[in-house]
Write a protein that binds this ligand. Structure first.
Ligand code: S3P
Length: 170
């Protein structure tokens, strides 16, 4: 079994929910990259975007990923943009098993509308603006997400499905 599992996908796709359950099921440690960046920086993701800008956030995200690649027996929920910047999808594929949790723009929109997590990239958008934003950004990001070793449908996804995939892939 791979010693590092990276869950990737758009904001709201369920990476954190499945990541923590998956880690518990396979006895691995669990890390949510955004939370680790926040702890390390001593500020929230929205504050990092506001005070330092997205480019700095991406650099810190990459630095954290490289740190995590030194650890073993780890499930990592990545930020939605992580695989699409700084060659991070390549790093993850080299250092572990990557799983893309895939959902349609309409499904992501519904989930993001219900989510209470503050996300700087979508803050203040109307329902319609949100859908257009998701469609456009997802189209740009698909080419990175599709480089994942496995893709799973995020609708009605059972964490057990991820366990099976990981156990079957070496
Ligand atoms: C981002 C997704 C967020 C967080 C940041 C940027 C993105 O993580 O890293 O707000 O670029 O898609 P989640 O995917 O956990 O929401």
């Amino acid at each position: 079994m791979h010693s590092r599992i990276f869950l990737i996908g758009f904001m709201g796709s369920g990476k954190s929910t499945h990541g923590s359950k998956l880690a518990r099921k396979i006895g691995y440690d669990y890390v949510d990259m955004d939370r680790l960046i926040e702890e390390t920086a001593g500020m929230s993701v929205p504050a990092i975007f506001r005070e330092h800008g997205e480019a700095v956030f991406r650099k810190w995200e990459r630095d954290i990923l490289l740190e995590l690649c030194r650890r073993e027996n780890l499930v990592v929920s990545t930020g939605g943009g992580a695989p699409c910047h700084g060659g991070m999808i390549r790093i993850m594929n080299d250092q572990g098993c990557t799983i893309y949790i895939r959902l349609s723009p309409a499904e992501l929109q519904q989930r993001l509308l219900l989510s209470r997590t503050e996300r700087p990239l979508i803050k203040g958008k109307s329902e319609e603006e949100l859908l257009h934003f998701i469609e456009k950004l997802l189209e740009e990001r698909e080419k990175y997400y599709q480089q994942a070793m496995h893709t799973v449908d995020g609708v009605n996804l059972q964490t057990e499905r991820l366990v099976e995939l990981i156990r079957a892939s070496s």
